[in-house]
Design a binder for this molecule. Structure first.
Ligand code: HEM
Length: 399
């Protein structure tokens, strides 16, 4: 069978697609379509795991934690899952709900309101500086800027933690890939370094006003155990940076490639919210997380067995033609609010409002300062779980 060949053994759609091959990661969308056409869930024979690929099925599975559990790990290999035991994203309700209530405190819209002024001032100065240059590298120059200045500050780790957070975060996501994959192996080593740092942190070394210190205070108040607080440091450290960085880089990349949509947004800035959702639908920063199937399950006629792992392929669900008409078309007038780029259900991204605020703040200044983006150079990052660019050099025509 060729890489994308499909077979249907009985009631089991099956594919020998190399889901983690560099070229599949770089150009995934035709492969996702082939998988969606084959069934609601397709058995990836090279990896002994299911890919759940259609929009409705991904959402249904994400709210069915009785069957699709996170407690046994959201990675595809046992080592990363074992190392991450106790982390909030690796838990189910009711425990998860209790942890999440504490975790959410600094991330709710009310708390984020206080951040708006600071983010705006920083974004405006950086956008002015870069647009003044006429040409700039947008991933490190612009997309990194707010996450690396503001978010690392808010979390309030030590200087070592602040410096290494981005490096650790990429490794933590790579670690969740299939066993034996070179990116997974490197990712696991990086994740071990990050866990060692976080678990050894002295609370006195933390910024007392930061999110991290807030977890220890919650433990003092009896809302969490000390061990839970320590594990949850990872929930702030892992997903807070490159997810947002990739979202903003992809926004710039899409608007450079679709100048009509940039014109439309500049003429109608009130479309900004829709535009952000459409960017995340088109170029979902997180490709997939996994679940363990805790009992035999029938997914629209496909029999899934207890003990199998299933990937929730958000990036495929977001291009599902059963849900979105012309899903390959970038259209900022589309109502894509029900995309699953932030997941869905109980594990819906805890940083969603922050991420949208950061991306929206930067785009808001670009709308006023940039008439046209031209791509000078781009390089796609090959990563087990994250989709984004490692380089995007842009030339801009000022407004
Ligand atoms: C565009 C940016 C972002 C994207 C695309 C994204 C994507 C996701 C996705 C797909 C999930 C679902 C996980 C699952 O189903 O198991 C998730 C959960 C989560 N995200 Fe994000 N994320 C982003 C930004 C952030 C930020 C800025 C933070 C900062 C704190 C964050 C923290 C989390 C946490 C803690 C969870 C787990 C929630 C839980 O277990 O209840 N994310 N994110």
């Amino acid at each position: 069978m060729s890489d994308t060949a499909m077979a249907t053994e009985g009631r089991m759609p099956c594919s020998d697609l190399d889901f983690w091959a560099d070229e599949v990661i770089a150009t995934p969308y035709p492969h996702y379509k082939a998988l969606r056409d084959a069934g609601p869930a397709v058995w990836l024979s090279r990896y002994n795991a299911w890919a759940v690929v259609r929009h409705r099925n991904v959402r249904d599975a994400l709210v069915n934690q009785e069957v699709f559990t996170s407690t046994a790990g959201i990675g595809l290999n046992d080592e990363a899952n074992r190392n991450s035991e106790g982390v909030m994203i690796f838990s189910d309700d009711p425990d998860h709900q209790r942890l999440r209530r504490v975790f959410n405190r600094p991330l709710l819209p009310g708390a984020l309101n206080k951040l708006k002024e600071r983010l705006s001032a920083l974004a405006e100065a950086r956008v002015d500086e870069l647009v003044g240059k006429g040409e700039f590298e947008a991933v490190t120059g612009l997309a990194h800027y707010l996450p690396l200045t503001v978010v690392t500050d808010l979390l309030g780790l030590t200087e070592e933690g602040k410096k290494k957070m981005l490096f650790w975060a990429a490794g933590l996501f790579d670690a969740l890939g299939p066993a034996g994959n070179p990116r997974t192996i490197t990712g696991i080593a990086i994740a071990v370094e990050a866990f060692t740092y976080l678990h050894g942190l002295e609370r006195e070394a933390l910024d007392p006003d930061g999110w991290a210190a807030g977890l220890f205070r919650a433990a003092d108040n009896g809302d969490l155990s000390l061990s839970e607080a320590r594990h949850m440091l990872m929930d702030y450290t892992g997903p807070a940076l490159d997810t947002t960085i990739n979202g903003l880089s992809s926004a710039l990349w899409l608007f450079a490639r679709h100048p009509d949509q940039w014109d439309l947004l500049r003429a109608n800035p009130d479309l900004l919210g829709r535009a952000i959702d459409e960017v995340l639908r088109m170029e979902s920063p997180v490709r997939s997380f996994a679940r363990l199937i805790s009992r035999d399950h029938d997914m629209d006629g496909v029999r899934m067995r207890k003990g199998d792992r299933a990937l929730m392929v958000y990036a495929s669900a977001n291009r599902d033609e059963r849900r979105y008409s012309e899903p390959e078309r970038f259209d900022i007038t589309r109502d894509a609010r029900d995309h699953v780029a932030f997941g869905y259900g109980m594990h819906l991204c805890a940083g969603m409002h922050l991420a949208k605020l950061e991306i929206g703040t930067v785009l808001n200044f670009l709308i006023r300062r940039v008439r046209r983006f031209h791509i000078v150079e781009e390089r796609r990052e090959i990563h087990n779980l994250l989709r984004g660019l490692s380089k995007l050099t842009l030339r801009v025509d000022p407004a």
